[in-house]
Design a protein around this ligand. Sequence first.
Ligand code: BEZ
Ligand code: FE
Length: 281
Amino acid sequence: MPEPMTEDDLTDVVVARLEATPDPRLREITQALVRHLHAFAKEVRLTDEEWLAGIMFLTATGQMCDERRQEFILLSDTLGFSSLIDLINHSDVEALATEPTILGPFYVPGSPERAFGESMVEYEDGGEVAIFRGVVTDTAGNPLEGVLLDVWQNAATGFYAVQQPDEQPATNLRGRYLTDSEGRYEIRTVRPVPYPIPADGPVGQLLRDTGRHEWRAAHIHLKASKAGYEPVTSHVFDRESRYLDSDTVFGVKDSLIEDFVAGPDGVLVCEHAIVLASATV
Ligand code: BEZ
Ligand code: FE
């Protein structure tokens, strides 16, 4: 006897077929995926042509990927899915700790180790000089020495070094810094600028088709880590930047927005306190 095949019972039939999945987590994920995928198609009454357009879109997304370009993550980012995963997995860290936000595609491990106050500018492109500094503490306010801050940002042209291998030195605007005995860090850099995410592929087309822009608010990326503490991947956003209210990858959080203010010598300073929660065992 063939299994029943009406719109009303097909979902249960497929879910039942997955019941034999030996790994319980894989079973849970695949069954839920089938339920939600079927519900989505039923809700929008997906046509044959739309189904095929979706397949072609995902195919093009895969074809856009190589070792330097991850179009699927870009898709996840622009649908708010990456930020949702971040919220699901990192919201239980102590409320006082620095809020995380997405990693993005331009992180490159192995940035040069740089001294306190050292500049990470290796290529002059007219960017506005700025000092990025602050104190890293635990959630009780005790300064933390030896916290590793892995920092990266874009140049005044809007591009990260990794996007312009023939233009910028590979380590431009990237660096690994350590906090001093009072928990302080200080980085000489340039003011980040808003920039468009790579929009020459299917994700860019989808943004245009849905009337959205492709811009991120100006930010500096950081990863902060120290043994015994929960590592955090986060950003600092420039309060004067455009797109804070419409960042195309939904990465902006209020607590991560800071001022860039001219100091007595006229050089811009951005102060950002970072708080690490103790590692959960
Ligand atoms: C970034 O901030 O570097 C980024 C994040 C998501 C997509 C594209 C770029
Ligand atoms: Fe970025």
